[in-house]
Ligand binder design. Sequence first.
Ligand SMILES: C[S@@+](CC[C@H](N)C(=O)[O-])C[C@H]1O[C@@H](n2cnc3c(N)ncnc32)[C@H](O)[C@@H]1O
Length: 157
Amino acid sequence: MSPVGIQGAQNLYPTEEIDWVVGDGLKLDFHHEFDIVHVSNFSPFTMVDSLETEQAKLISGQIMRYLKQNGLLVFVWNSRLDESDPQGTWANYSIKQIARYFEAVENANYLGTWATHSQLSTLFGSCSLSNFVTQLTAAGARFHSKTARIVAAVQKL
Ligand SMILES: C[S@@+](CC[C@H](N)C(=O)[O-])C[C@H]1O[C@@H](n2cnc3c(N)ncnc32)[C@H](O)[C@@H]1O
């Protein structure tokens, strides 16, 4: 994480109960320690030529190392869902691309890939991650340029 990101998070959650670490998220010293790892818009996923490259597969492997057995990896990605990369800086992965990527993660049980949007989350609450909201979000993304949010989850075996 960047020092600025950590500082912002510390300001948001001022508590002694969190150990804040500045470091390369792919090379931390933790192994098999966590029940949940949550990665939100983690830029290494946009620095690869495609999610199908070996380099891309390594990223999930490096993140999965931090999890205990049965631990959850929750992945979040802001995207227009159209596989475009208009500025050449952010990959607008489709739901299918993300699903294919996480289905192939080794030693893991694939739980699913969904799309949602902050307004739909407000409306549907805990049902926001569902096939219905995913289809609604995908249809909406075709008609307006607002960014949707892809969420994927796998459980370590
Ligand atoms: C697009 S921002 C997302 C910030 C926040 N997680 C969010 O979802 O709004 C990407 C963040 O990933 C951090 N980052 C990029 N490569 C990293 C790495 N190898 N280890 C840790 N953090 C990294 C950057 O410093 C930046 O803060």
